[in-house]
Ligand binder design. Sequence first.
Ligand SMILES: O=c1ccn([C@@H]2O[C@H](COP(=O)(O)OP(=O)(O)O[C@H]3O[C@@H](CO)[C@H](O)[C@H]3O)[C@@H](O)[C@H]2O)c(=O)[nH]1
Ligand SMILES: [Mn+2]
Length: 352
Amino acid sequence: MALVDQLDIVIPTIRNLDFLEQWRPFFQPYHLIIVQDGDPTKTIKVPPGFDYELFNRNDIERIVGDKAWCISYKDSACRCFGFLVSKKRYIYTIDDDCFVAKDPSNEDINALEQHIKNLLSPATPYIFNTLYDPYREGADFVRGYPFSLREGVPTAISHGLWLNIPDYDAPTQMVKPLERNTRYVDAVLTIPKGTLYPMCGMNMAFDRALIGPAMYFGLMGEGQPIGRYDDMWAGWCSKDLAWPGWCSKVICDHLGLGVKTGLPYIYHSKASNPFTNLRKEYKGIFWQEEIIPFFQQTQLSKDSTSVTACYLELAEKVRAGLGHIDPYFAKLADGMVAWIETWQALNPDYEK
Ligand SMILES: O=c1ccn([C@@H]2O[C@H](COP(=O)(O)OP(=O)(O)O[C@H]3O[C@@H](CO)[C@H](O)[C@H]3O)[C@@H](O)[C@H]2O)c(=O)[nH]1
Ligand SMILES: [Mn+2]
């Protein structure tokens, strides 16, 4: 169950990595891929005893070469570089201000163990099971659930949640500065086919073999008109390949893969500055009103049968369907293509 030789932990960072001390009992057996963002001459200290590789911007330029521009700088979107260079089947990605949460019996939550359970059990995107994940111990399919669908589909993404500081956008954070999430909901749900969701990269795991190339976190941060929509982009695209959240959901729906959300929780300790965040997010806040309907109506062709083919098709749809909003979207479409070319160059056996 522990998948020690099959899972890498990817951490984007601009801080120090003291948070790893708390995770030591759970993370020490795994290989860590640390993506150091910002100034490459800065020294990032990793607590002793961890097996890790650390990549800074110079390493990204060296490894990705003339397509390194497709990896964002000064935004947590840089984490997708770690997905590119991993050689493992599964990825868990976590932010450096996330700590071990407690369950209602005050026990430490082993987030990784729950993500692995979510990924290794099927998902049910076609019909909603009212007792939530039917594959969890103590649950099953309810009366009326078609027997023909009870085998489910492979789970590609496990999206975990956050106690303490929730993943709010800047305006919500500004009007509710004191809000803390203390509500522990003991549930794992499959997100239904055709439904997009705001994917957060703070505490999520995915099956790289099933959906890896769709986990591009877009062009964000320095030199770009927006930031902090990295994980949303990936999630939207994955629907049949949504923005990692948007892109990957679009692609999961198209390829018959599942996305689960709910357990496990981590404890998110720090809110980033809402005023700085507002400056980074503000175009995304009104663009998303057009982007989401675009992804909702996006249909990929039957000829796109692999994740890379879906993603390249989606890149052209982004160019044609979102280019009128801002020239940024043509550049983003170029970034999506450059990402896939880089993925293929660094992972020559993928999809073979
Ligand atoms: O320029 C940057 C900024 C941050 N990082 C690293 O990315 C993660 C998340 O950063 P942070 O904790 O500051 O931001 P939050 O607002 O709490 O996080 C949410 O925003 C998302 C979108 O950007 C992110 O995925 C969410 O979880 C930390 O590890 C920072 O060190 C960076 O690499 N470069
Ligand atoms: Mn944070």
